[in-house]
Design a protein around this ligand. Structure first.
Ligand code: PFF
Length: 469
């Protein structure tokens, strides 16, 4: 760990530094790549009709997500503190006031909410590693696999045990700190993850309905697109890139001053997109080859894949590898979901990392029971968008993260002085800088606002109004 002065004259982060540029890329990629790519992307793409959703998602990823990832990294590195303190400090420094700390605070809250349900799904993934090894999927039929998932989700005790196991692993990794915990974990996991996905892709191409899968994912059917579809695509872009909630900002605080932010952000966004598209290409050919409904929802990977793996040669091996891979991906994301809150707690109350992660881990674990119960005891208790878990997911992905992202673009594009921005981004007045600035000042904020207005039906109303006047 180098404890040098930051280039902007600020003392280095309390929590240490990434040991290399690659370590930072791996860490942010580890955060970005997770259940969002492997569990959520295929099922949301399936529910929203495939092609058109995927194209809107890609537009959001590159037009909105990428500039926000650069902005968040830049804010983190300039603040060199946890997201709450960094934004308070930068808000003051740039003459906007310390209330900009709300970006950090909303991120801490979003992190609690997301991890509380994320850990439940990740717990099932761990359960499936064990189930797969034990061979219960072998020669299974559709009914038995459905029953198997139903009995896991329906049994709150079993679900709670796995949720607890996953939270304990997460807390242990986070407690070990930036270099020893986070970095070691991602340096190992991310390359392994890509390798296993490639093996699975070959397997899927050889045995699945590959062409149908590709067509489903890339042939747009615009008639299926509504305001809700566009909001879902944008929410998914924020969720999958881990932007809009201070997580990238927290990681940016540990980034050495000389590292190029555009290069690292672009590498992460490309890697994340690659994994999502690969996951879709792994999953849909198997789904179509086995007559499974692509609209199966959150159960898609838990119901469809074991059925397929169970009936393929080498299925125990490939199935186990697959769920192990998803578990690793979930862990590297979960540690990043805790980081803003842990860094904040350590700096605010002078606690040790171990203590802060334990306290925060226990709160999130307890909150997670609302999601554990969403599939059994409280499965009939629905409000707004559905169960507790549905609501936590909807509110964070589709509202909190895009709102956080909107505020970040307004801050970087309109509040921060150009001097500070060019000093921190360090790319001069290049075309790259001008593209980033244009996307950040105009494209990203306008896109987020339009998608919000469209989702609540106001866009049609406003356009109709404009047409009649
Ligand atoms: N990006 C992660 C995934 O795709 O699974 C989830 C996530 C992590 C969302 C960190 C938000 C975040 F801050």
């Amino acid at each position: 760990m180098s404890d040098t002065e930051a280039g902007n004259g600020r003392r280095s982060s309390l929590h240490g530094f990434w040991s290399s540029k690659l370590a930072f890329i791996l860490a942010v990629t580890g955060s970005a790549v997770g259940l969002g790519n492997i569990w959520k992307f295929p099922y949301i793409a399936g529910e929203n009709g495939g092609g058109a959703f995927v194209l809107i998602y890609l537009l959001c990823v590159f037009g909105v997500g990428l500039p926000i990832m650069m902005s968040e990294t830049m804010l983190g590195r300039r603040g060199r503190r946890n997201p709450v303190a960094s934004m308070a400090l930068l808000g003051e420094e740039e003459g906007g006031g310390s209330w900009w700390a709300v970006i950090g605070l909303s991120g801490v809250i979003a992190g609690f909410l997301i991890l509380s349900f994320y850990s439940v799904i990740a717990g099932w993934v761990l359960a499936y590693v064990v189930k797969s090894i034990s061979g219960v999927f072998v020669a299974a039929d559709a009914a038995s696999v459905k029953t198997l998932f139903g009995s896991l989700a329906g049994d709150w005790r079993e679900t709670a045990i796995w949720h607890t196991v996953f939270m304990i692993i997460t807390v242990v990794v986070v407690a070990r700190g930036v270099e020893r915990g986070l970095e070691q974990a991602v340096t190992l996991m991310v390359p392994a993850l890509v390798a296993i996905l490639l093996i699975l892709l070959g397997f899927s191409a050889a045995t699945g309905e590959f062409e149908m899968g590709v067509r489903f994912m890339f042939e747009p059917d615009w008639s299926k697109v509504s305001g809700a579809t566009v909001l879902a695509a944008m929410g998914q872009a924020f969720f999958t890139l881990s932007v809009g909630m201070g997580c990238v900002m927290a990681y940016g605080a540990y980034l050495p001053q000389e590292t190029s932010i555009p290069a690292t952000a672009t590498a992460v966004v490309c890697a994340d997109t690659l994994v999502a598209i690969l996951s879709g290409l792994v999953i849909f050919p198997i789904v179509f080859a086995n007559g499974i409904d692509p609209m199966a929802g959150p159960g898609l990977i838990f119901e469809a894949l074991p059925l397929s793996f169970g009936n393929m040669p080498g299925g125990v091996f490939f199935g186990t590898l697959f769920f192990l891979l998803v578990g690793f991906a979930a862990l590297t994301s979960a540690i990043s979901l805790m980081e803003p809150a842990v860094a904040w707690w350590v700096e605010r109350f002078g606690a040790t990392r171990a203590r802060a992660s334990t306290v925060i881990g226990v709160i999130i674990w307890a909150l997670g029971f609302l999601s554990v119960f969403s599939f059994n005891l409280l499965s009939d208790f629905k409000f707004l968008n559905g169960t507790f878990m549905d609501n936590f997911d909807y509110v964070t992905s589709n509202i909190m993260l895009p709102l956080g992202g909107l505020l970040i673009t307004i801050f970087c594009g309109w509040v921060m002085s150009e001097n500070s921005v060019t000093d921190e981004l360090n790319i001069g007045q290049s075309t790259l800088y001008r593209s980033w600035r244009f996307l950040t000042r105009f494209v990203a904020p306008v896109a987020v606002v339009l998608v919000f207005l469209n989702a609540v039906g106001w866009l049609d109303w406003l356009l109709a109004g404009a047409a009649t006047t």
